[in-house]
Design a protein around this ligand. Structure first.
Ligand code: HEM
Length: 401
């Protein structure tokens, strides 16, 4: 058994339906911080578990995201998913400025306007599923296309480009050393493509998200072309697979836990609260995301962290912290409202949470309302779960109604 600060090897490749990764549960039991070794990167890292500790790390400016740039930092994928200029590896004040400007495209007014578009998209997709008839794959009909169409439509990308853009975005998320070169090429292609799109929108703005971000002002400040192109790539990337896998995972839970479906049918007005409790519960990714590096010697949870050490947080364990959520491994629909960490926390919390929630509310709300007899068309044990990416989701969800 490893000693206190001996690194624990963490492949974080568990993909058993929506069961909580036993390796994470074990790390929670050992306490925070734990020393871990991830599949890629030339150094070990500290892993912070538990709600309060994660909150502290994500808001502590002595821990830097920008500091990892250029380093072979401990991570889950062979090729780092983020570009050096991405918002998720910036520190304040730069990150606060870009986040403030970009989030002007996600104001309540913008999201309310988008909601009608999302409802139309969802209804078209569900019409097609209905016409094809049961059994139908809900992933192909709804979870995959809805977030894709929504974000590509909102960014104003022409329809004929969608398949090419989709393929390149997918390459960035594939785990495995053999994909390193393909992923690097995909990233270069996407950055060049979005760069051109930004130039076009500067000269002829439209009602899309890129034009809205280009128009955003904070006094004299605005986003430059490079920042806009990188932000567009970020939105296209972050705006799809996260929502796709959440829609599938939520539907899977509703179809395998009849009491949850029954609750939503009887009390549709509780949809948002039910979704939040499910989001808290669902382990929608494998392992950890992007680390921070300590800028100075410091102490975390009684352990000395040295300048230059990498620190990862686990939002998944924070969501299962028994001190914050009694009986954390159960879905309890009457749980008192208390924010979860599925959208992250602190300086890098998801900037598009209102849009993401609108997508989930529309997708699940329309599905439950339109298909009262919805059920799985195969036994749940026959479903195949993804093993190739950093996400956790069923590859297909055959349904009948
Ligand atoms: C249910 C769907 C979604 C979930 C669960 C989700 C979750 C997250 C999480 C966990 C982070 C990272 C927090 C961190 O680095 O500490 C994040 C960041 C981000 N998300 Fe989302 N997200 C969702 C949908 C979206 C959508 C639809 C968009 C855009 C259209 C989006 C855009 C972003 C961006 C730009 C960031 C980077 C923020 C930063 O680093 O400052 N997300 N999201």
């Amino acid at each position: 058994m490893p000693g206190d600060h001996e690194p624990i090897t963490c492949p974080f490749d568990y993909s058993e339906a929506l069961e909580f990764d036993p390796a994470l549960a074990d790390l929670m039991r050992r306490g925070s911080p734990a020393r871990i070794r991830l599949p890629y990167g030339d150094a070990d890292a500290w892993l912070i578990t538990g709600f309060e500790s994660v909150k502290q790390v994500t808001t502590d400016q002595r821990l830097s995201r920008a500091g990892i740039i250029g380093l072979d930092y401990p991570r889950m994928t062979a090729e780092p998913i983020v570009s050096p200029e991405s918002i998720n590896v910036m520190d304040p004040p730069h990150s606060s400025r870009v986040r403030h400007l970009a989030s002007q495209a996600f104001t309540q007014q913008h999201v309310d306007g988008m909601r009608q578009r999302i409802v139309r998209l969802a209804d078209q997709l569900l019409d097609e599923m209905e016409q094809e008839g049961p059994p139908a794959d809900l992933v192909r009909h709804l979870s995959d296309p809805l977030p894709q169409h929504t974000v590509l439509d909102l960014l104003g990308i022409e329809r004929q480009e969608w398949p090419r853009i989709q393929e390149s975005l997918h390459q960035l998320l594939v785990v495995g050393a053999d994909n390193k070169k393909t992923a690097a090429t995909a990233k270069a292609d996407l950055t060049a493509y979005f760069g051109k799109l930004v130039e076009q929108r500067r000269t002829s703005p439209g009602s899309d998200l890129i034009s809205a971000m280009a128009a955003a002002r904070d006094g004299e400040e605005q986003l430059d072309d490079r920042e806009l192109a990188v932000m567009t790539l970020m939105l296209a990337l972050s705006g799809q697979d996260t929502a796709t896998c959440q829609i599938s995972d939520i539907v899977y839970l509703l179809l395998t836990r009849p009491e949850l479906m029954e609750h939503l049918r009887r009390r549709p007005e509780t949809l948002t609260d039910v979704l939040h409790e499910m989001l808290r519960y669902i382990p929608f990714r494998k392992g950890v995301g992007i680390p921070r590096v300590a800028l100075e010697d410091m102490e975390l949870d009684g352990v000395r962290i040295r300048a230059g050490d990498f620190v990862h947080v686990s939002y998944l364990t924070a969501n299962r912290d028994p001190e914050r959520y009694p009986n954390p491994h159960a879905i309890e629909l009457d749980r008192p409202n208390s924010p979860h960490m599925t959208f992250g926390w602190g300086g890098h919390r998801c900037i598009a949470m209102p849009l993401a929630m609108a997508e989930l509310e529309v997708a699940i709300g329309r599905l439950v309302e339109r298909f009262p007899g919805l059920r799985l068309a195969v036994p749940p044990e026959e479903l195949q779960w993804d093993t190739r990416t950093i996400r956790r989701f069923p590859l297909e969800l055959p349904v009948a109604w």
